[in-house]
Design a protein around this ligand. Structure first.
Ligand code: ADP
Length: 254
């Protein structure tokens, strides 16, 4: 048990996470805490390490150093905790010859002990019109809706959503955001990545800003707004980045 990781409803947490691929250092001492009933946005430009961090949290990539905890228990190197996490990858690789119904049924069969309402899931993400069509002939947006339905099929304590609204039309995007709000109200700890910050405005409680594999900012959106004097998340993060760049240029610590 790591006491400080039990603070303030922290569910999934990482600290001191380092990861290099060969000579490329991708995560450099990353610390993060996902709290129950809150949405944490992990922000950063392409290549800043967001997807790698998600994979480390999920145990899909092994960190070189650092610890992952779930409810204060170290879970690094184990995999039983993964059933408590729902994951929506950026680009899922479902077999093209399967239909959405077959994919959802397959996922359901992996956890027979957990009750699932497949019809509700199909309805929620408006998949009905193409539910028996092979995924290979479905559009990118249609596949993305199936991706969301799979991530939210069970009722996990923690949700990790990698660019969830990418490729969705406005109706599907709004439906997914409503679902995220619903899951937050139900007490889930939710991590969302996006590089389109306007997508996350109004949805985000906490922000982690990654730059070159380092956490440059970690705090609540309210604190970020206060610090920068900007209302919108996009402008607040832009203001933060300007400060970061200025402090790097003048050699000050961030
Ligand atoms: P983001 O999700 O923020 O765009 P990623 O975590 O995907 O960033 O990638 C961070 C960096 O790590 C990039 O420079 C990427 O090329 C590199 N990287 C990611 N996965 C691998 C891998 N399996 N082998 C080598 N380099 C990788």
């Amino acid at each position: 048990m790591i006491p400080d990781m039990m603070a303030e409803n922290v569910r999934l947490a990482a600290r001191g996470v380092h990861k290099a691929f060969g000579a490329v250092r991708v995560l450099d001492g990353v610390r993060l805490a996902l709290r129950a009933g809150r949405v944490t946005a992990v922000l950063g430009p392409n290549g800043s390490g967001k997807t790698t961090l998600n994979k480390v949290l999920l145990g899909l990539v092994r960190a070189d150093a650092g610890a992952i905890t779930l409810d204060g228990q170290v879970v690094t190197g184990t995999d039983a905790y993964r059933r408590r996490i729902g994951y929506m990858p950026q680009a899922p690789r479902f077999p093209d010859n399967l239909s959405p119904r077959e994919v959802l049924t397959l996922m359901q069969s992996l956890r027979p002990a957990e009750p699932v309402d497949l019809d509700a899931s199909i309805q929620r993400f408006d998949i009905g019109a193409y539910v028996d069509r092979p995924l290979g002939v479905c559009s990118g947006g249609q596949r993305q809706r199936v991706n969301a339905a799979v991530a939210l099929l069970f009722s996990p304590d923690v949700l990790i959503l990698d660019e969830p609204t990418a490729g969705l039309d406005p109706v599907a995007s709004a439906a997914l955001k409503d679902r995220i709000v619903h899951e937050r109200a139900a007490g889930r700890a939710i991590l969302v990545t996006s590089h389109v910050l306007s997508e996350l405005d109004g949805l985000t409680d906490d922000v982690v800003l990654l730059l070159d594999g380092r956490v440059q900012y970690e705090g609540s959106v309210d604190a970020l707004r206060e610090q920068t004097g900007e209302r919108s998340l996009e402008r607040a993060v832009a203001a933060l980045l300007r400060t970061e760049r200025a402090s790097v240029a003048t050699g000050e610590a961030a």
